[in-house]
Design a protein around this ligand. Structure first.
Ligand code: GRG
Length: 300
């Protein structure tokens, strides 16, 4: 099965549609006070995005025969953290961008203060979801899931990676420094999505968990390597966000360090490493394999 196969396309399209409707129901309605904040939260989350992180959660849930309802909650929590990070990243004090998911960024459509609150409120709602829905039979296991997302999104994860990114603008980084930054900024949430999806189902033995974790780390980094290449090669229209910003902002990227050809080679190596770590799971990991291919071969 390849990423272009009708079967994979049907699987993603059907989950994306179900997910859209479910996450829409989990967000506060736009007519509930404070209406403007709730409308802006819905604007930031709904009607766009590839939903790669929830799809990874669903695919990892297939490995552990997880209940789809549970995975949907875990995927929604991760997607809310992701959406908050995009809203904050687009603010003038950070990346200062006007286009996201093919539409005006949240602070352009609303205002800066609202966009700041949208991020804050989405982050709180993500953890509320993990606290109020049953995601694991063992409450201690569920508490570990909450901690996993907290660490992945905090200063030792995404927020820390963003801090390193901001400090690195205009600086030159070594390859290990660039990798450290991206493992945190982008990789941590992708890893959390995958592990949370798996944790919604039957427990994996430590060796299996280590294999899945290795897959998630490889694919998280590959995602960023490809993102750097697309920033150079893809159009603003296709990406739905401003292309060419990394070079414009003099940001160290895989492309600036390695060039396009070497970056593509690295993405291919990470994909191979990711796929090799799934061998132990056999056919149960087929959707994860397809998603790895999608992440590395995507054009947007
Ligand atoms: C503000 C705390 C804080 C963190 C921001 C994730 C992030 C950290 C910033 C986003 C900036 C960026 C372009 C990162 C590169 C990789 C990335 C996360 C791209 C966007 O993810 P996609 O392609 O987006 O999955 P969609 O819109 O499809 O969900």
């Amino acid at each position: 099965m390849t990423t272009n196969s009708p079967d994979f396309q049907r699987w993603t399209a059907s989950l994306q549609a179900q997910f859209e409707s479910r996450i829409g129901a989990l967000l506060p309605a736009a007519d509930i006070a404070p209406q403007r904040l709730h409308a802006a939260m819905r604007y930031a989350v709904l009607g766009g995005g590839k939903r790669v992180r929830p799809l990874l959660a669903f695919a990892a849930g297939e490995v552990t025969q997880a209940d789809v309802g549970r995975v949907t909650i875990a995927g929604a929590a991760v997607e809310m953290i992701h959406a908050y990070s995009l809203v904050h990243d687009d603010l003038p004090c950070m990346d200062d961008d006007v286009l996201r998911r093919g539409k005006p960024t949240c602070h352009v459509e609303y205002d800066e203060a609202t966009a700041l609150l949208v991020g804050d409120a989405l982050q709180s709602l993500a953890f509320q979801l993990l606290a109020e829905h049953c995601l694991a039979d063992d409450p201690a296991a569920q508490l570990e899931m909450v901690k996993l997302l907290a660490v992945a999104s905090g200063s030792r994860g995404m927020a820390g990676g963003q801090a390193i990114d901001l400090a690195a603008t205009g600086q030159s980084l070594t390859l290990p420094e660039l990798e450290f930054m991206h493992i945190h900024k982008t990789g941590a949430i992708i890893r959390a999505a995958t592990l949370l999806g798996a944790h919604c189902g039957n427990a994996l033995d430590p060796q299996e968990l280590a294999r899945l974790d290795h897959f998630a780390k490889c694919i998280g980094l590959a995602f960023q390597v490809v993102d750097d290449v697309l920033d150079i090669e893809a159009s603003t229209a296709l990406l739905g966000k401003t292309a060419g910003k990394d070079a414009q902002h003099n940001k160290p990227t895989y492309v600036s360090l390695l060039g396009v050809a070497e970056s593509k080679k690295l993405a291919g190596e990470l994909r191979a490493d990711a796929l090799a770590s799934l061998e132990v799971f056999g056919p149960r990991a087929q959707r994860l394999r397809e998603l790895a291919d999608f992440i590395v071969l995507r054009k947007f």
